[in-house]
Design a binder for this molecule. Sequence first.
Ligand SMILES: C[C@@H](C(=O)O)C(=O)SCCNC(=O)CCNC(=O)[C@H](O)C(C)(C)COP(=O)(O)OP(=O)(O)OC[C@H]1O[C@@H](n2cnc3c(N)ncnc32)[C@H](O)[C@@H]1OP(=O)(O)O
Length: 307
Amino acid sequence: MASLRHALIRSFLIKRGPDETTKRLLTLSSALNSELRQKQIDLLSKYPGGCVDLEKNDKTGIAVLTLNNPTKKNALTGSMMIDFEKRVEDLESWEKGRGVIFKGSGNTFCSGADLNVARAVGEGKDSGHPSLMSSFMQNITSRFFNLPLITVALVEGAALGGGAELVTCCDFRVVSSSANIGFVQARMGLSPGWGGGVRLVNLLGRLKALQLLSSASIIKGFEAQEIGLADEIFGEFDDSLETATSFLTNYTKFAPDVIKAMKRVVINASRSDMQSVETLNTKETQIFQSLCGGLANLEALNKKSKF
Ligand SMILES: C[C@@H](C(=O)O)C(=O)SCCNC(=O)CCNC(=O)[C@H](O)C(C)(C)COP(=O)(O)OP(=O)(O)OC[C@H]1O[C@@H](n2cnc3c(N)ncnc32)[C@H](O)[C@@H]1OP(=O)(O)O
């Protein structure tokens, strides 16, 4: 009797098999992912304006990625978020690539999310819009952070709110002495939601990250250097792109395969592996979703304050 039972179970497993179950789970998870992605794209594409440009130089292996929305100090619109993803995809498969300089147009980095987008996302709180934007931006910034290329943020002018979060998704930061870097989310009745909270703690440690986030203070280049947020400072008479390129060139002298291997070694060995960052980011999104569109956030948006 027992052996008949075993035979039946065996034949069931052979027919359906553990592989079948795994396959079904994978299919379900990929269906959920594509549904989520469609919702993200539907939401973000409602807010057009600006673009994200990529110039790749196969000879030097250095690319320049530029946030381009100069009339709004390179504030990120919904369509720019989608654009950003396409550029990251392009960089992920760039065989001759060694490094990337990430900058804003018109001598300023990024003033954060476009306030019209921030407002609309907050107003769509009940439909989960804050979480849709947050998870979309976390995914892109994590992919950028994990590119097999050496990345440098060239920071001039303003890097505020989401703009300050973008500064953290590079390996290095070359910063103007007069730059204004501010994790001003608290002033907006918000918390970081683009993966910048997780990356800031990993970069500066708990205490300094908490100081910057809870004071929402805006710091200049030398202060950023003092706390470890800036790796090199340049002055008002220096050519900013030249300074960033010459900084980056220190780390991009060898063949693309070698540079990529070094970056992969570091990613592999770093404390926050991709899996744990994903879990931490999900929590960051939940915290962001709890504030976004709340009273303090709507009050801040209505005041339209300038920092
Ligand atoms: C989602 C959240 C997050 O943290 O996760 C966020 O990022 S919330 C976003 C947090 N960021 C902010 O709140 C930035 C607010 N903006 C500012 O503090 C300031 O504009 C600065 C960025 C410091 C630039 O001051 P400055 O005197 O140089 O120029 P300005 O104020 O005349 O700005 C030039 C034009 O850009 C617009 N502008 C600036 N930042 C903008 C933004 N984030 N969204 C939409 N428009 C923006 C201004 O309204 C103005 O438009 P007109 O020429 O039409 O008057």
